[in-house]
Design a protein around this ligand. Structure first.
Ligand code: ZN
Length: 406
């Protein structure tokens, strides 16, 4: 059987930009390799979740892998904690946390505590704290981030965020979203923990030192994204495909781990603009014999979109393009290249705009599209699809789709 490659270029879609002559960064970029794939393949436009729905990266990926996020998604926390390799047990409530700076009135001064680069010290200080029979487990994530788990009885993920998500606002009290006793208890314990950790962090010598120097103190946990570890059928059982993930950023490794995919490490895969895209593609090709499904995630175009940096986005697209060379004409492979959502530079955030998709295999009915871009791919034979269609289409191309009917 051919190996399926699903290559997700995070946030690659965009909107017309005046200084590019109303082209998108993808249209303005020089992308001969992606264009070659488009000329060999079948092309289309895709909304990962649905038309008019602005996807999160997590929900978009679930949809692409064929898991309805409306059924399976309760919050980002579980994927973040899985992404940094934290072990969970059923009943755990998982969160993502930023180290932040608050003033004496608990108003957020900085949501990243001056971008502290390592949170090990804070995780060590607070890990293992117990309040009302609930244990808090913390582990450092990348830069100013942490993963956090609440472990105990009668906990619920139906609680609101502590993080107000904007500097200048007071940190919030977590509240029950559904009025249940479990959610009220969870919120109460979490609020106690946030208060206690603020006191402990204020006393930390390194923070007192920072204050003396006039620097931002990492004195508050900005907790958000409560989620229960989802109970989903592993990818391998659902599709009978041996699957692996090649990604730099934690969230995508986390999603892959939750679905039971092997997460392969690649030196130089950072999830940032300096990432070694070529090394990821070469790794993906090197493991072709070992896997039926290889998911490759490339993050940074999305980050440039979120920063509103259209020149940076264009340049990074060209870097991706160069790295794709080994995929052109790769024997024994079906190669799909797409995105999880658009991240227009003008919005500095996600949008519901559709994204391009190309699928390359000698077995597809190739079309006349010449360039990999939002508007060009939309003219292709694949038409306008949703994320939930991607896995069925790929399974059919490799010849293992189940027949519906006699
Ligand atoms: Zn994304």
């Amino acid at each position: 059987m051919d190996t399926i490659y699903l290559i997700v270029l995070d946030g690659i879609g965009d909107r017309p930009i005046e200084k590019f002559g109303r082209k998108t960064p993808l249209e303005a970029a020089h992308t001969p390799i992606l264009d070659k794939l488009v000329q060999m393949g079948i092309n289309g436009a895709m909304n990962t979740i649905d038309i008019g729905v602005k996807p999160g990266s997590d929900t978009a990926h679930l949809a692409l892998f064929g898991y309805d996020p409306r059924v399976h998604y309760s919050g980002r926390g579980p994927y973040e904690v899985a992404g940094i390799g934290m072990e969970t047990v059923p009943g755990d409530i998982c969160f993502r946390v930023n180290m932040g700076t608050v003033d004496e009135k608990m108003v957020v001064v900085d949501r990243r505590a001056g971008r502290v680069e390592d949170t090990s010290e804070y995780a060590k200080l607070l890990d293992g704290t117990e309040i009302d029979g609930v244990r808090f487990i913390l582990k450092p994530g990348t830069a100013y981030r942490l993963g956090m788990i609440m472990r105990g009885k009668n906990l619920s993920s139906e609680i609101t965020d502590v993080d107000p998500k904007e500097a200048g606002l007071t940190i919030k009290q977590a509240k029950a979203r559904d009025g249940s006793k479990q959610a009220e208890f969870t919120a109460k314990v979490l609020n106690k923990f946030v208060e206690l950790s603020h006191k402990k962090l204020n006393k930390l010598p390194s923070n007192q030192e920072r204050v003396k120097k006039g620097e931002l103190s990492a004195n508050c946990l900005l907790v958000r994204g409560a989620g229960k570890y989802p109970d989903m059928e592993p990818f391998e059982e659902k599709y009978r495909l041996r699957a692996c993930c090649i990604a730099g950023a934690g969230l995508y490794k986390g999603i892959a781990r939750v679905l039971g995919m092997d997460v392969l490490e690649v030196a130089g895969a950072t999830g940032k603009p300096d990432t070694n895209v070529r090394a990821k593609i070469e790794k993906a090709i090197a493991v072709k014999k070992d896997y039926d499904f290889v998911f490759v995630h490339i993050k940074a175009a999305d980050s440039f979109g979120e920063d509103g940096d259209s020149d940076g986005k264009l340049k990074f697209i060209e870097k991706i393009d160069e790295a794709m060379v080994p995929l052109v004409g790769l024997p024994g492979a079906v190669v799909a290249v797409t995105a999880d959502h658009s991240t227009p530079c003008e919005l500095k955030g996600h949008s519901a705009d559709d994204v391009p998709i190309v699928i390359v295999s000698p077995r597809v009915r190739d079309d006349d599209v010449e360039h990999f871009s939002e508007r060009e791919c939309a003219k292709g034979r694949l038409g306008h699809i949703k994320g939930e269609h991607v896995m069925p289409i790929l399974l059919d191309i490799v010849g293992i789709a189940e027949k519906f009917g006699a």
